[in-house]
Ligand binder design. Structure first.
Ligand SMILES: *Cc1c(COP(=O)(O)O)cnc(C)c1O
Length: 363
């Protein structure tokens, strides 16, 4: 005799790793307003004549053929531009992918060490890939906690140590001596150090010489910010030969498509446009900062990137006020040390005028 089984809800096991199940979906909601200051993008598009040239070259290329296996021609062009050994350049579609493979290289079953606050992608990849995440609080002035970081390097199982210079999301630039001290200590205790230089054009800082001197250290760079190519997706790493060779094993074949490759080829033949835009952004950053200096309730925090933090008495109210003025910013007020803070990108002069006027109305 058979009986029909009782209809009961059985917990379905999906076979998904608990680390992945435990991570909430990426919390970014695009908002359609005229003034977009929420993603630290370049306010200016890639120059029209270069777009036209890239498009012309695209039409001539066969689209039915696979691209270079490991983007060798593009890596050569980046190596020439950066004065680097071409075998020690690693490229992926956006530096987010680099952060993932760096976590795969040295974080999984090991440790990912960074600051708190930090760039959210580092902690996200550590969580997804189940690396042990150790975060050390920045000092109150946003400088690196050198002694505390060194202590962690000595006591934790080594892995990957990642910091951004300028720091994200504060825009703070540390003393070179502090960064070098950390690089040396990390090397001594067997850590791979990642210096994320996504915003270095805006700060005038450059750690290539430190990377050359320390084979465990690498510089992460992107075409998404100063180059104005966030939509095209390309990030790269300048490393020592051994780190680069091992990192390259983690890059999937054909990971840079011919569209990206062609646009980057044109951009690297005409890098002059970048400097002009960066100069304007630096001047505008100072102008916005000066204009908000005597604000009765809000404080613009100094930054050397293309964005800055605005500390407000009520981040939600400030965010909504700016949105009503057609300006979207990024709330950072839930982060450690950033109570009341919005992160705001420097836009075009007209966008910055609108921002200044709207912030001046805030109480
Ligand atoms: C924007 C940004 C990047 C670049 O990301 P892409 O994936 O290359 O667009 C890298 N690091 C930090 C800290 C950033 O803010």
């Amino acid at each position: 005799m058979t009986s029909t089984p009782p209809t009961q809800k059985k917990e379905v096991k999906l076979g998904i790793r608990p680390a992945v199940l435990g991570v909430p979906a990426y919390p970014f909601t695009p908002i359609d307003v005229p003034i977009k200051l929420d993603q630290n993008e370049n306010p200016y598009d890639f120059p029209a004549e270069l777009k036209a040239e890239a498009t012309r070259r695209m039409l001539e290329r066969p689209w039915n053929r696979y691209p270079d296996l490991h983007a060798d021609k593009l890596r050569d062009a980046i190596a020439r531009f950066e004065d680097w050994d071409n075998r020690s350049v690693v490229v992926t579609p956006g530096s987010n992918v680099l952060i993932k493979i760096l976590t795969e290289l040295a974080g999984i079953n090991q440790t990912l060490l960074t600051t708190d606050p930090t760039f959210s992608v580092y902690t996200l990849e550590a969580a997804l890939l189940d690396a042990k995440l150790v975060q050390v609080s920045l000092k109150d002035d946003f400088s690196l906690p050198v002694a505390e970081l060194k202590a962690v390097m000595e006591h934790e199982q080594p892995g990957v140590f990642v910091i951004a210079q300028p720091h994200a999301p504060t825009g703070y630039v540390d003393d070179r001596a502090d960064v070098e001290e950390l690089v040396k200590h990390a090397e001594r205790f067997g850590w791979v150090t990642v210096l994320d230089e996504a915003y270095h054009q805006y700060s005038g800082t450059d750690y290539r010489d430190v990377v050359k001197a320390h084979p465990n250290t690498l510089s992460l760079r992107t075409f998404s910010k100063a180059w104005g190519l966030a939509g095209v997706r390309l990030g790269y790493i300048l490393a020592g030969a051994e780190v680069a060779q091992n990192l390259q094993k983690l890059v999937s074949a054909f990971n840079v498509n011919i569209l990206t490759e062609t646009v980057l080829e044109v951009a690297l033949e005409h890098p002059q446009y970048v400097g002009r835009i960066v100069q304007e952004t630096i001047q505008e950053r100072q102008r916005v900062f000066d204009a908000l200096q005597d604000h009765p309730t809000c404080q613009a925090l100094p930054s050397r990137a293309n964005f800055f933090l605005l500390r407000t008495p009520d981040a939600q109210a400030a965010y909504e006020h700016l949105l009503r003025h057609g300006i979207v910013t990024r709330r950072q007020d839930s982060l450690h040390l950033l109570q009341g803070c919005l992160r705001i990108a420097i836009g075009t002069p007209a966008e910055n005028d609108a921002l200044i006027a709207a912030v001046k109305e805030l109480r």
